[in-house]
Design a protein. Structure first.
Length: 153
C-alpha cells in the first residue's frame, strides 16, 4: 500500500478493521504532508482509545485556528491559510476526500490535534462534516460518546 493509499480515509478504515487505528495515527502524523511525528509520539504516550473514522459536524470541532465565527482558540483571517487551503478546497469541490482529521475528546469537546487546513478547505467548499479519528482517554469516555451520539463501533 502506498502512502497515498495508507493515509487516506480508506486507509484509516482498514486500520480500524485491524484494530490498529492508534498505530495508523502515529504513522500518519509522521508522514510527509502531516510532518508532525512529535504529536504522533505525544498521542501514543497518552495511550488513547481510538474510534473512527466517523463523520463529525464541522461546528462540533474545536480548532486551534479558524474563522472568527467558529469554535477556535485563535481566530484568523482568510489570508492566514494561503494557497494550500485554496488548492485543497478546489480538490474537495472536484470530489477529493481528504484524510480524516485527528481529534481528541477532552472535557466533552472534540479538540482538533491535526487537520486545521483540511477542515478549513472543507468549510470553504460548503461541507458540513469532516471525517475524523477520535482519541479517548479511557474506554468509558468512548462508550459515553457512542451512547450520547448514538453511534456504533
Amino acid at each position: 500500500m502506498t502512502n497515498l493509499e495508507e493515509f487516506s480515509l480508506d486507509g484509516a478504515r482498514e486500520a480500524a478493521k485491524r484494530d490498529e487505528l492508534g498505530a495508523w495515527v502515529s504513522r500518519f502524523l509522521g508522514s510527509p504532508g502531516s510532518d508532525n511525528p512529535v504529536l504522533g509520539d505525544e498521542l501514543a504516550q497518552r495511550r488513547l482509545w481510538w474510534f473512527g473514522p466517523v463523520q463529525v459536524p464541522l461546528d462540533d470541532l474545536h480548532r486551534l485556528a479558524g474563522p472568527p465565527d467558529a469554535p477556535v482558540l485563535c481566530p484568523v483571517d482568510d489570508e492566514f491559510w494561503g494557497d494550500n487551503v485554496d488548492d485543497m478546497e478546489r480538490r474537495v469541490e472536484a470530489g477529493w476526500e481528504p484524510p480524516p482529521v485527528i481529534v481528541t475528546h477532552q472535557e466533552d469537546q472534540l479538540m482538533v490535534e491535526d487537520g486545521n487546513h483540511r477542515i478549513e478547505s472543507l468549510r470553504r467548499s460548503g461541507a458540513r462534516d469532516a471525517w475524523a479519528v477520535i482519541g479517548f482517554d479511557n474506554p468509558e469516555a468512548l462508550q459515553e460518546f457512542l451512547t450520547v451520539n448514538r453511534r456504533s463501533e
